[in-house]
Design a protein around this ligand. Structure first.
Ligand code: IFM
Length: 480
């Protein structure tokens, strides 16, 4: 017997994308290289040499893409702006770049979809990387200026502003592991970049708040549920503490408590984090926000013992890459025996409920702020069927199980305000190029034809009815 669970009448259903992953048109209307354009040219950095020159051609097809979202019944759309489209030489504002985002926002509003804007989803202008990138303190101040330039054009129509998407990836995949742009491999650089990203976030929040107190401001973090593979083994418990520290608390604590955690500072001692902190920085970083975006893909069971298994963020590069964690030598991810997606990531919906409960208890509830799931999704090896559809049953189950976990968390007292499926459509999955398909809309990269997958149809039904019917087999606390 199935039963029906209802979402709050104001719960927002949306989908998310990012500029570099969908727009293409990377030489159009004055845009210059971002670090990802440059990274794609590095031999072996991106599988099969894929790049973002065409991607989903969203720059030219945004109109029909927005219509598609509206027809599905989505209520909000989380997208990012490209800094190198808006300030191609890092300084001067390119009005043609802003014109594009104005067209997107106006089209969203015309179709009744609330625009949710992310200012930085990993694509620093290459010209700024050549001046030191996020390791240069000045980049944080330039980010604030860029935020204000975008706000000057769109502030009257965009109510929600996210400063950064997943600074963990920008700092540690980009500057420590070298698996993402700009491809540096230096633990000191990663930690310095992390601090400057946080500083840029705080500076942008302060400036946007002062300009426009009505905005909803926040940032999005990719958070994990790090658990000891064996809770009885002290080595495993410490491994979980270290991963939690270097993935979650290294960002959450400065933002919500105005201090880096002592144990993380001890773990990364001598790797430059303390040197990057100037007096007053942590007050800026802790500027109050209104909304925290949680990106959740999977948890991880960790141990100080092998066997190893891939951890989130490892990329299929032919270039040798390192660990993204600056001080987690000897920490290994163990299989939890769960089914996996095409990324090799374990499917763990109850981890989302656990994570939300913990984040609410430790951070967002004391701060009195809203929490949204700003990304969650799965890549599977989808195929277009002879009937012209994409029968992605795995993704339908994934989506339903994670929405069910959100309802579980809500019942446990976490007022989750919305959910964004990652991603609206198949797109450029960073070092994996176009090989991994996360979309609820299939993209044929030869013709640019869009096909709504079964998961998209199901998501549309849930979004419009605000109801999830639960089969007894659903693997979450509430269904047991
Ligand atoms: O595609 C990415 C996105 O850009 C950031 N979060 C994770 C997604 C899947 O890897």
């Amino acid at each position: 017997m199935s039963h029906e669970r209802q979402f709050h009448p104001e719960f927002l259903f949306g989908a998310a994308t990012a500029a570099f992953q969908i727009e293409g048109a990377n030489r159009t209307d004055g845009r210059t290289d971002s670090i990802w354009d440059a990274f794609c040219r590095l031999p072996g950095a991106v599988i099969d040499g894929h790049d973002g020159s065409t991607a989903c051609d969203h720059y030219n097809r945004y109109h029909s893409d927005v219509d598609l979202m509206a027809d599905l019944g989505l209520q909000t759309y989380r997208f990012s702006t490209s800094w190198s489209r808006i300030q191609p030489d890092g300084g001067r504002v390119n009005e043609a770049g802003l014109d594009f985002y104005e067209r997107v926002v106006d089209k969203l509003l015309e179709r009744g979809i609330m625009p949710w804007l992310t200012l930085y989803h990993w694509d620093l202008p290459q010209v700024l990387e050549e001046r030191g990138g996020w390791c240069a303190r000045d980049t944080a101040y330039l980010f604030r200026d860029y935020a204000m330039n975008v706000h000057a054009r769109l502030g009257d129509r965009v109510p929600v502003w996210t400063t950064l998407n997943e600074p963990w990836c920008s700092a540690f995949l980009g500057y420590t592991a070298g698996a993402h742009a700009p491809g540096r491999q230096d633990p000191r650089a990663g930690l310095t970049a992390a601090h400057h990203l946080l500083l840029g976030h705080g500076l942008a929040v302060q400036a946007l708040r002062e300009a426009d107190p009505a905005l909803t401001l926040g940032l999005t973090l990719n958070l994990t549920l790090a658990e000891p593979a064996d809770p009885q083994r002290p080595g495993d418990v410490d491994a979980a503490r270290r991963i939690d520290g270097q993935m979650n608390r290294i960002f959450l604590d400065p933002i919500f408590r105005g201090a880096y955690p002592d144990d993380v500072l001890a773990d990364v001692d001598g790797l430059g984090l303390v040197d990057a902190i100037h007096p007053g920085d942590l007050d800026i970083i802790a500027a109050p926000i209104d909304a925290l975006g949680v990106n959740y893909y999977h948890g991880q069971a960790v141990s100080d013992l092998p066997p190893t298994a891939p951890i989130h963020g490892e990329a299929p590069t032919d270039r040798p890459t390192g660990s993204p964690f600056p001080a987690a030598d000897g920490v290994h991810t163990h299989s939890q025996g769960l089914p996996t997606t095409a990324m090799g990531w374990e499917i763990q919906p109850d981890g989302l409920a656990e994570l939300l409960v913990r984040i609410h208890r430790d951070y967002t509830d004391p701060a009195g702020i809203e929490v949204y799931v700003t990304e969650n999704g799965a890549a599977f090896d989808d195929e277009l069927s002879a009937d012209g559809a994409v029968h992605d049953d795995d993704r339908v189950s994934f989506l339903r199980a994670h929405l069910n976990a959100i309802l579980d968390a809500t019942e446990r007292g976490v007022p989750v305000r919305g959910y964004f499926y990652w991603s609206l459509m198949d797109n450029f999955e960073w070092a994996w190029g176009y090989h991994k398909r996360f979309g609820i809309v299939h993209v044929d990269y030869d013709t640019q034809q869009r096909t709504v997958k079964d998961s998209g149809l199901e998501y549309g039904r849930i979004a419009t009815s605000r109801t999830l019917s639960i089969e007894p087999a659903a693997r979450t606390a509430a269904a047991v």
